[in-house]
Write a protein that binds this ligand. Structure first.
Ligand SMILES: C[S@@+](CC[C@H](N)C(=O)[O-])C[C@H]1O[C@@H](n2cnc3c(N)ncnc32)[C@H](O)[C@@H]1O
Ligand SMILES: [Zn+2]
Length: 317
């Protein structure tokens, strides 16, 4: 039961934390796993800021996400219209088979001691939330650049913290601390993924297959998928071994507005018009039947002595 407290000025930081505006239990649970983006020092929270021992200070935004960007951003991530479309489409649950597969594979392969799950370019945290439900001892971090996504991500789950950071830069996360990393349709930096995984830690990658939404291509150009994508992933993660890969394929039957949200949430939003005669989706049949086809792969960070012990003791796991 939450008792509203008056937020006032006082010298004792612990009473600030008890105040309504300063409660960030998800951030407090993960802050020791976060690092300063300037000097990689450890971070501590005090009221609405997080600092390192060298005095670098980062603000917790009012919506509850923490910005750990070292300077000006060169890229802003998804804009509010894309994030709004994504939230509306994902809330309709049409991607439930994908979400269930990600959750099942992540929980099945997660090391038993997993305390931290990182959702890279995690958007609104849609795929992280059920994984945290299934791993009750774990906390989560959603990393994204988009302010609109981070506002939602900060509310994705009571054990998830939202962090503004660029996945192409060194991640502000301590080495070997994330038992599970999720990467769902977003950019990822293989070197940094391998650094934050402990031995035995897993990366779950979801990506579109070449025939994903193939029926839409006739109406909206430019939504082709690289047919070599799965192979490229395999080559990129040299320090990881493929533990399992599933193809998730199902049929979507979408209303025109749902189809529009699906296109608007992706990089092809500019192929759409205003919803009038210039909008290629206004000529779609309704409902429109589409193929959904995804690859979900689990990669495991090798244990350093794994090949040798595997050869000696063939019966053990
Ligand atoms: C296609 S969306 C996927 C979001 C989420 N994983 C999902 O499937 O719902 C890609 C996400 O990557 C974020 N993004 C793009 N570039 C980024 C970067 N360099 N660092 C962090 N996030 C980035 C965007 O803001 C967006 O939320
Ligand atoms: Zn610092």
């Amino acid at each position: 039961m939450d008792t509203p407290l008056v937020v006032g000025r006082c010298a004792d930081a612990s009473s600030h934390h008890r105040s309504a505006g300063y409660r960030h239990p998800a951030l407090d649970a993960v802050v020791t796993r976060l690092t300063c983006p300037h000097c990689t020092g450890p971070l501590h929270r005090s009221a609405r800021t997080v600092r390192c021992p060298s005095g670098h200070t980062f603000d917790i935004a009012r919506p509850g996400y923490l910005s750990l960007l070292p300077g000006r951003r060169t890229h802003r991530g998804d804009d509010p219209a894309m994030v709004g479309a994504r939230e509306s489409f994902l809330d309709s649950d049409h991607y439930r088979p994908l979400r269930s597969t990600i959750t099942a594979l992540a929980t099945e392969h997660a090391p038993t001691e997993t305390e931290l799950v990182v959702d890279l370019a995690g958007g609104t945290g849609h795929y992280l939330a059920p994984v945290l439900d299934a791993l009750p001892a774990a906390s989560g971090v959603i990393v994204d650049l988009s302010t609109a996504a981070l506002r939602r991500a900060a509310r994705a789950h009571r054990r998830a913290a939202a962090i503004a950071a660029d996945v192409w830069q060194p991640l502000p996360i301590t080495t070997g601390s994330a038992g599970v990393v999720l990467s769902v349709f977003g950019p990822r930096n293989a070197e940094e993924v391998e650094r934050v995984l402990p031995e035995g830690g897993i990366l779950v990658v979801a990506s579109a297959r070449p025939d994903h939404l193939r029926e839409l291509r006739a109406h909206v150009g430019g939504i082709g998928v690289d047919p070599q994508k799965a192979d490229r992933h395999r080559r990129a993660f040299a320090g990881l071994e493929l533990a399992e890969r599933q193809i998730v394929q199902w049929r979507l039957a979408l209303g025109r507005d749902e189809a529009r949200a699906l296109v608007r949430m992706g990089p092809n939003a500019h192929h759409l018009g205003t919803g009038g005669d210039d909008d290629p989706l206004s000529r779609l049949p309704e409902p429109v039947g589409l193929t959904a086809a995804m690859d979900v792969a689990v990669y495991r960070r090798r244990r350093s002595r794994e090949p040798m012990t595997g050869e000696v003791d063939r019966g053990s796991r």
